[in-house]
Design a protein around this ligand. Sequence first.
Ligand code: ZN
Length: 145
Amino acid sequence: MEQCPFCDIVKGVGPVSTVYEDDNTMCFIPLQPIYPGACIVIPKPHIDHFTDVPDDLAAQVMVTAQRVGRKIREVYQPLKVGMVVHGFGVHHAHLNLVPQYDPLDITYKHLAYIENGEIQFGLKPLPTPTRDELDAMARSLRLDD
Ligand SMILES: [Zn+2]
């Protein structure tokens, strides 16, 4: 199997700013959150397509997303918390929790930039917080605090 950064996170390889973990799911802060409080929720087993995640496990991912999403609302007070499953980027099923302050936040408008006269999309425009800043975001969203 090809190298999977999310499987590495599940195995505890390398740094991660963990918000929540149980036997089957995990929630952590991405390296470049669109806004403070943005999170990624994954099933622990490596499954590429979200639609291939078994029903009971998909439901557990959604419950984790619901609980952390409520905490995002409480702590960061966005207008809405969006949930996006697009399937690109890392090929390990994941659900993005997106604090939204504007209707276009769900479209990841922040990823658009112009280079060589053409509109591009990527992580380049996003800030890259330090690990300490990511850890602070994760701590602020822990469910047991
Ligand atoms: Zn994986």
